[in-house]
Write a protein that binds this ligand. Sequence first.
Ligand SMILES: Nc1ncnc2c1ncn2[C@@H]1O[C@H](COP(=O)(O)OP(=O)(O)OP(=O)(O)O)[C@@H](O)[C@H]1O
Ligand SMILES: [Mg+2]
Length: 349
Amino acid sequence: MEKYVYEFSEGNRDLKDLLGGKGANLAEMTNIGLPVPPGFTITTDACRIYMKTNKLPPELRVQVTMQLRRLEDALGRLLGDTNDPLLVSVRSGAKFSMPGMMETVLNVGLNDASVEGLATFAGDARFAWDSYRRLIQMFGKTVLGIDGEKFSDALDARKKARGVATDTELTADDLHALVDEFKAIVKGETGREFPQQPREQLDLAIEAVFDSWNTDRARLYRRRERISDDLGTAVNVVAMVFGNLGDDSGTGVCFTRDPSTGMVGDYGDYLPNAQGEDVGAGIRNTLALADFEKLDKKAFDELRQAMRTLESHYRDLCDIEFTVERGKLWMLQTRVGKRTAAAAFRIAH
Ligand SMILES: Nc1ncnc2c1ncn2[C@@H]1O[C@H](COP(=O)(O)OP(=O)(O)OP(=O)(O)O)[C@@H](O)[C@H]1O
Ligand SMILES: [Mg+2]
């Protein structure tokens, strides 16, 4: 039987054709002992079959089920369980980097019941409702094709009504109310309720990531970058780690060398109490790594150690995404190369 699903420990950096750049490097980081949340990659082969036949290969479902079970066993948690749920991200990742061109859905597995379990287990209701509103927002836009502004306008309206400037000032009750509003948007726009079944959420998100290979935006980008339309993307399913669990958590991006001069060092940005996509979105001011060091020396030292490990392993500029969950560092991506990283860094500064 064709193998369409690879656990991170089964891959490596030379498998970019099959696992995409993100998947291959997540596997490589896992295998050199860096703290990567566990997960698996669905191959570009599966994507190519999907594009040709308009259907997922029939074996894929079973293989995802088996791999998901291994993940659940390893973590001792079940996807979307009502009690301490496992949540996952579903992330695109093609052979060649296409920064921000394709889709990702975070917090898959949350629903009306598991949000309560998450709140109880984390001892933080605000965090749980924040995560749920993010899921509905991303899922609504990416999977259900709803105009993203419908959600961001509702979020802005709530901030205005509460007289606050940033998301982090919204309370658990505000975010709970926002979830109800977001669910009403989904119902109004699609005629259907927001899907509550965790596995249905996962399957729909996987298909949506495959579909995102063929958006106009992605096609245009590939034409400009001379990347073949035939390659397809892989899909990475990664256990969620949370940067939005309060002030001892956060998320950031960094580089192992100065992107403009190539000098080895620590460069990057960190945003406390935030989830992945907030950093690039510019919704709040980020901290320089030097300030991150002052804020959380232990997590910063772990990050610097990981940066040195990557630098000596790849011997090139590594562009890194990381998250700190209650003081613990997690590595979420590395990309080797200069151009995109340098461009991103110059834009940010
Ligand atoms: N399991 C996870 N736990 C916490 N954060 C995550 C997880 N998976 C992804 N993220 C974060 O969510 C954001 C979006 O993810 P992702 O890397 O897939 O897409 P992107 O960075 O927008 O685009 P690109 O495809 O260029 O990487 C990133 O900041 C990433 O670090
Ligand atoms: Mg990324």
